[in-house]
Design a protein around this ligand. Sequence first.
Ligand SMILES: [Zn+2]
Ligand SMILES: [Zn+2]
Length: 364
Amino acid sequence: MPRTRTTHCPSCDTAGLVATSNPSILNCKHCHGLWFEDGSLNQAIAQQHDFIDQYNHELHLGPALRTSDRLCRRCRVPMTHYQLLAHYATEIDCCPDCDGVWLDKHEVDQVMLSPKLKQALTDLNQKVSWKSWLFQFLTAMPVEYNIRPHRTPWVTRTLVVLCGLIFGASQLSPAANEWVFLNLALNSDTQSPTHFVLQLLTYQFVHGGLMHLAGNMYFLWIIGDNLEDALGHTAFLGIYLFMGAMAALAELLLFDTSQGPLLLVGASGSIAALFGLYLMWFRHASLTFMIIIYQKKLAPQWYFLIWSLINLFGMLTAQGGVAWVAHLGGFMLGLLLGYLLRDYIFRKNPLIAMLNEPEAVVQR
Ligand SMILES: [Zn+2]
Ligand SMILES: [Zn+2]
């Protein structure tokens, strides 16, 4: 069989292949798929990533699935369908003879990002270990499994430090504690509108007890980093404070002030709103849930469903001391905002978008 190179497109059956700036990569002018001569795909992937010098995509391919109905443009033999990664079900065509690769237009970005996809899916698919078991057994806090953020979460860290400092200051003396609650907590009796608006922001940094602080800060720490990475620092901070203020207004709306003024403190409302964003953008992440000694990774929708039911129960049975409405109101606002910003976040973060595709395989 003659090994002549043709301009025949393996996909759309036209003579549409034209060379790109790299002569080993050809582009079909009709279907916009790409043909990669042996080795050129590895080069192209390596060029996309600063941290990769050499790449061998064949090493990461999932199983060979079946013979393709497309022919190699060089060897004229049927190509083979391979799954892109063991946990990413995009199917690409590889030639069994010359190792040339054909990518349909929609597959190009997925393949170019495949080293990052592979790392992310490895992180998401990690199994619970004795360490995660021991951590949750001792602290009663969930362990989070998600992708690693690209940016350092400076805003998240600063929020945690500020909450810690304000709590520490309030513990110095009874007078200090009184000052913090009088000035920074949200009080429905506050007369000055300016002061009230400021309190809508400052109440988010005040906590009534060490467990209240520790629980809130732990959740902010584990989910804030990914959200800050997806949104960018400034947008994350703005959304966090705005949603916290809205959660307080929700609590105030349903609060019966005839029983005395509402005094509200804590980051719980803001963090409940972050739960909503998280659920909308990181559906493949996991939070562990523990029943006595049995630990299980749960998808965010299941984890936050259980959390919502606990809050709903608290609200309906009117358990005092916890701002149930602020939690649920914040969470619903977060879900709404998360839904509205989904397309924006996915355009801005192609990796997060790809992980939300049905091709991503996560086992819990
Ligand atoms: Zn074509
Ligand atoms: Zn071939």
